[in-house]
Design a protein around this ligand. Structure first.
Ligand code: L34
Length: 297
């Protein structure tokens, strides 16, 4: 049977429509959610993502500001800017796009953001809340998007064996914690594999659901998965391809062509998890505004 191609674009569109309604109700009640996005340096991929975040805010009626700082910005300047937005009540969410230039400590920067405005869910307070399953935390956008995509495509992870490939703080570790919660949309048995895992294929062959997030283009092949597997491809890799527009092509961590022959459902790249990341950021920003204004509507 042909695999279900899960369109992140479509799912994102319907969530955004829900959020847009919610934002317009809030605005009628005198509340406008606000998000500030800070980007340091010229990384091309980051520029694209940050632009998309601004556009999504505009689409939903969220007040947004994008601050672009040069690559040689001093750490102290960035920290001072964060302090300023922590204190600015117009903004419910603060996001510092990663990666940062080498001379700036990511850890220090993330710690400086008010946990109540940490719509990325990267502050250790929110990470801790996520691990214990507290309701009032912000879940990191990409793994949160993966969870939503599973649920809204009819692939509930409950009782399933999920194999996560990759152990990053942005995706691998949080998706593991999110999916193993005793909660709706979770209740999975989760195994994490990474670059030092021995006999990785033995794990992937047993997986009901695979979340591929190790950043290796086309890593997961058809012979590494069982029939009926559900695939969430989190990879966004630019590989050179002379036949493609701009000489470059976007591929995931999954070899789509071979894996789709065996999969029950699979996300494409682009148009899979990526758009969900942006959408969950919008959801977190709306959530932050509700909390800050004690909005019950
Ligand atoms: N602070 N840094 C912070 N928060 C984040 O949530 C991110 N991330 C990751 C990188 N750094 C971050 C993102 O925003 C990855 N990421 C992200 C966001 C959007 C998309 C991919 C990754 C996305 O929209 N992808 C499109 C293709 C975009 C393109 O053409 O390049 C897609 O369809 O997959």
């Amino acid at each position: 049977m042909a695999a279900q191609i899960i369109s992140g674009n479509e799912v994102a569109k319907s969530i955004r429509a829900e959020l847009k309604d919610e934002v317009s109700r809030m605005k009628a009640g005198g509340i406008t959610p606000g998000l500030v996005v800070i980007i340091v340096g010229e990384d091309a991929a980051s520029q694209v993502y940050v632009r998309k975040k601004g556009e999504a805010c505009q689409e939903l009626g969220i007040n947004s500001e994008t601050i672009r700082l040069p690559a040689d910005t001093k750490e102290a300047e960035l920290l001072a800017l964060i302090d300023k937005y922590n204190a600015d009540e117009k903004f419910d969410g603060i996001l510092v796009q990663l990666p940062l230039p080498k001379h700036i400590s990511e850890e220090k920067v993330l710690l400086r953001i008010d946990p109540g405005k940490d719509v990325d869910g990267f502050h250790p307070v929110n990470v801790g809340k996520m691990v214990i399953g507290a309701a009032d935390c912000y879940l990191p956008c990409t793994p949160h998007g993966v969870q939503e995509l599973l649920m809204r495509s009819g692939n509930d992870p409950k009782g399933k064996h999920v194999v996560v490939l990759g152990r990053s703080n942005i995706v691998g570790k949080p998706i593991t914690n999110i999916l193993l919660q005793k909660a709706p949309g979770a209740d999975a048995t989760v195994t994490i594999c990474h670059s030092r895992t021995k006999d990785l294929k033995e794990f992937t062959l047993r997986a009901d659901i695979i979340v591929a997030a190790m950043g290796v283009p086309n890593f997961l092949k058809g012979d590494m998965v069982k029939d009926g597997v559900v695939i969430m491809d989190v990879g966004v890799n630019r590989i050179s391809d002379p036949t493609a527009k701009g000489g470059c092509r976007l591929v995931g961590d999954v070899d789509f062509e071979s894996v789709k022959e065996k999969a029950k459902a699979i996300t494409p790249v682009p148009g899979g998890v990526g758009p969900m990341t942006i959408t969950m950021l919008m959801k977190n920003t709306v959530k932050a505004a509700k909390i800050h204004h004690d909005w019950k509507g």
